[in-house]
Design a protein around this ligand. Structure first.
Ligand SMILES: [Zn+2]
Length: 164
């Protein structure tokens, strides 16, 4: 990366690319947009200062983080990266709720299965089914509840409308 072909930063800043140019290893001349966006958001002198303050082996990671943050700031001038983070966090908690609802529905359906019905469950499911039915025998309320299984079975499906 000699003086003959300046790095993307020096090209944009219209200056001579020195042998020890701090930008040269991270902003190659074939990717001018990468430096342009970082320069636009953070300013070249700030980027230079930041790079000088951190050890050489961490500079590549710092640059890719700066590029990511600059892109996020362009897309979302108010929140930048924070917008993406909070969007993903809300998605995670929404999916966790969906998972909890699905697991509760699974439990409900498992408990409503009647042991006399021919089932295609594997051994483990049948064991838990037997355990569950043993518990039901001592609970007459539950037995009469599961006899009207048509109504009960449909109830969990209504919850799906929450997520559509
Ligand atoms: Zn340079």
């Amino acid at each position: 990366m000699g003086g003959s072909s300046p790095c993307a930063s020096c090209k944009l800043l219209r200056r001579r690319c020195a042998k020890d140019c701090i930008f040269a290893p991270y902003f190659p001349s074939d990717d001018p947009h990468k430096f342009a966006i970082v320069h636009k958001v953070f300013g070249a002198s700030n980027v230079s200062k930041m790079l000088q303050e951190i050890p050489v082996h961490q500079r590549a990671d710092a640059v890719s983080s700066l590029v990511y943050e600059a892109n996020a700031r362009i897309r979302d001038p108010v929140y930048g990266c924070v917008g993406a983070i909070s969007y993903l966090q809300s998605q995670v908690s929404q999916l966790q709720m969906q998972l909890a609802v699905a697991q509760a529905e699974m439990l409900c359906i498992q408990m409503q299965q009647e042991p006399s019905l021919p089932t295609q469950l594997d051994d483990e499911d049948q064991k838990s089914l037997l355990l569950a039915s043993n518990n039901f025998n001592s609970m007459p309320q539950f037995l009469s509840f599961s006899s009207s299984s048509n109504i009960v079975m449909q109830e969990p499906l209504k919850k799906e409308s929450l997520w559509t």
